[in-house]
Design a protein. Structure first.
Length: 403
């Protein structure tokens, strides 16, 4: 009788759970949202609800320590910025019960804080866009003549733009804002600065959303890659500045060489997700950011032939990962709900038509939520949608109050 595999405690999305669960790893899913779809996965052997992934949340730390004590030993995974920050800041306490493979705390702070990252990138000669970080509107005025337009605004940390106050004003999922004129930059910078003072201004790299690429990898303690895959984003939502809604695996040795050079130069270890954009002026890849974690579409690599979370799991429990051949190019990953929202916006800008959208879905594909081997999350999402529609239908239109 073979020994029971060591469990994985997953602070992440359904794709990460499936990468591990499909290979027989029992997954304990930890989330802040009681409606987290990974709770409905067949691979979720236990669900744990925590109040917050704020690094200083003692209740979450106590719940994880209690879970770790019960499990004996488990491998800890995360693939979101808030949960990564929580684990990184509490790694000393958590390592008594969990196997944790993250970059050093110094590297983690460097990569999560984009202001520090771009400063370091300039020192190392990384192919990054030109970046400014004014501390206040007065400093913005002093450097305004240096900035070329269009440019983009982005936060030093993505968590700053995930607050209710920001999302109410600018929308959910916004990673950057494009600005075309100096007067717009002044007003927008001041408005965002009043909410979250740490704002970056960055050179805009010309090219459409289909010029965006991401590179996912996992590097061992010797900074050796245990595999990687590259995907080209075809559409994003929000368009031009959001997350992938349709992506396809590609082979691009230029991007691979650039990504690995950057990671080796800082002696990186652990999971990494790098965003690039090909400059339409000369075709060169420009590094937009490094995220010290697996990306949202990590299961795209697994379906194409490179299961990075499973390789990371095996490496951390002391088993040599089995390397197959190269990954398959042309495999598509689709977030259907977000892609339909994106289509509505792209049609307004005339970048996509309904017929070109349908053509883009051709070929081998997988879906973010729907999976024939693990239908629970999709069925749960569908039931919730139908219940919301039924409540609206029963309740009727909102009543009008008398003046």
């Amino acid at each position: 009788m073979s020994p029971k595999p060591m469990p994985a405690v997953v602070l992440g999305e359904i794709g990460l759970v499936r990468c591990l669960g499909e290979w027989g790893v029992p997954c304990v899913v930890v989330a802040c949202n009681k409606d987290h779809l990974a709770f409905a996965s067949r691979y979720c052997v236990e669900s744990v609800l925590v109040p917050s992934f704020d690094p200083d949340c003692r209740e979450t730390l106590d719940l994880l320590l209690k879970l770790g004590k019960k499990l004996g030993k488990a491998v800890l995974f995360c693939n979101g910025e808030p949960d990564f920050l929580f684990v990184s800041k509490n790694r000393d306490r958590l390592s008594s019960h969990f196997i944790i493979d993250l970059p050093s705390e110094k590297q983690a702070d460097l990569l999560v804080d984009k202001g520090l990252f771009y400063q370091t990138g300039e020192e190392y000669g990384f192919p990054i866009p030109r970046t400014w970080q004014p501390n206040d509107p007065a400093e913005l005025e002093a450097i305004l003549s240096e900035i070329s337009f269009p440019c983009i605004l982005k936060p030093t940390q993505q968590v700053f733009w995930k607050t209710p106050s920001f999302q109410k004003r600018y929308g959910v999922g916004m990673k950057a804002l494009q600005v075309n004129r100096p007067e717009t930059l002044r007003s927008l910078f001041y408005d965002i600065w009043s909410l979250h003072p740490r704002v970056l201004i960055q050179e805009y790299i010309p090219g459409g959303d289909d010029h965006l690429y991401f590179f996912d990898t996992y590097l061992n303690a010797r900074s050796e890659p245990l595999g990687y895959f590259i995907a080209r984003r075809i559409r994003t939502y929000p368009i031009h500045c959001g997350i992938s809604t349709l992506a396809v695996t590609v082979h691009d040795p230029v991007i691979a060489k650039a990504a690995l050079r950057v990671l080796h130069s800082i002696e990186y270890r652990g999971a990494a997700h790098l965003d690039f954009k090909l400059d339409s002026r000369d075709g060169s890849p420009r590094l937009l950011e490094i995220n010290p974690r697996f990306g949202l579409a990590i299961d795209l690599g697994a379906r194409a032939g490179v299961n990075l979370p499973m390789r990371a799991y095996l490496a951390q429990i002391g088993r040599a990962p089995h390397f197959k051949g190269d990954y398959r190019a042309g495999m598509k990953w689709i977030d259907t709900k977000s892609d339909l929202k994106a289509l509505q916006c792209y049609r307004k800008t005339e970048e996509w038509t309904l017929s070109s959208w349908f053509r883009s879905l051709r070929g081998p594909k997988m879906f973010r939520i729907w999976n024939t081997r693990d239908p629970g999350p999709a069925l749960t999402a569908t039931c919730r949608f139908l219940k919301r529609q039924l409540r609206r239908w029963i309740g009727g239109p909102p009543s009008k109050t008398a003046p």
